[in-house]
Write a protein that binds this ligand. Structure first.
Ligand code: SF4
Length: 277
């Protein structure tokens, strides 16, 4: 009698295991939530999906670990490549999975303009707060005051709040969850593949790097998760607080969820008009 396949294994490229992630890295939680979403959606295999990633630890999730077609692109260039894939194969679900260094720094302009265009992509940004793969340098998402390998006395800069920023664009869907919000994260994945299937859909996952953030704080991955559960509060509650009351709290939730036509539909209408003209 054959054993039932664990939901995670069905979508995994087994021959690439074990993963290259550090022990305890939260990337595994994100990958598992995505696979659980696929399972609950009844996805048999990922032939209707293409994954695109840049450079960084989280960019390894699609390439090589997910059993689907994937493109591992240059640093910061995942979104333009994904845009090209979507324009040439509009029937496919095109998904970008990359880190905060890749998407918010080197690829920052691509991210903003894809959101402005409401490009028909799902973009998952795993925010580990640093450049993890190159040993923990300052990123545009590093909290002010946090010590990194390049800011040993604490980060003097203000970070980008990427989800909040994209909430002001034309993107159809913007949400932020933490790795401690497994159910909400999994449900968000389902939302962007089933209920809102067009336009730019962005999910930020707050997942501090274990090796270059959490260990520096002398905490275990489990202790950090408990701390994050205390710090993560719903958006409404967070924005009802005064600045000096927010402290170390992290706002989580859905910034916007709309289902207006994405770039592809608008572009097709434009082409029709040009042809008639
Ligand atoms: Fe994960 Fe950080 Fe290790 Fe990268 S460096 S695999 S983000 S723990």
């Amino acid at each position: 009698m054959s054993m039932p396949i664990h939901p995670s294994r069905r979508y995994l490229r087994e021959e690439t295991l074990p993963t290259a992630f550090c022990p305890g890295c939260y990337n595994g939680i994100v990958m598992n939530a995505l696979f659980q979403a696929f399972k609950e959606m009844g996805v048999e295999d990922l032939r209707d999906y293409v994954f695109v990633s840049g450079i960084g630890c989280s960019s390894w999730i699609p390439s090589p670990y997910i059993k689907a077609d994937s493109i591992h692109t240059l640093h910061g260039r995942a979104i333009p490549v994904a845009t090209g894939v979507k324009l040439s194969r509009p029937e496919l679900n095109v998904v970008v999975i990359a880190g905060d260094g890749d998407l918010a720094s080197i690829g920052g302009n691509h991210l903003l303009h894809a959101a402005r265009r409401n490009m028909d992509l799902v973009v998952v940004m795993i925010n580990n707060l640093v450049y993890g793969m190159t040993r923990g340098q300052l990123a545009p998402t590093t909290p002010r005051g946090m010590k990194t390998i390049t800011t040993p006395y604490g980060n003097p800069e203000n970070p980008f709040d990427v989800a909040r920023l994209l909430g002001y664009t034309e993107a159809n869907y913007v949400a932020r969850w933490c790795v401690c919000n497994y159910i909400q994260l999994k449900n968000s994945f389902k939302e962007v593949f089933t209920r809102i299937k067009r336009g730019f859909r962005f999910i930020e996952v707050y997942a501090p790097c274990i090796t270059y953030v959490v260990r520096r704080e002398k905490k275990s991955p489990g202790e950090k998760l408990k701390e994050l559960m205390r710090r993560c509060i719903p958006l409404k509650k967070y924005y009802s607080l005064l600045d000096n009351e927010r402290g170390d709290k992290i706002p989580i939730g859905v910034y916007k969820a709309e289902d207006k036509p994405g770039f592809l539909e608008n572009y097709r209408a434009y082409i029709r008009k040009a042809m008639e003209g």
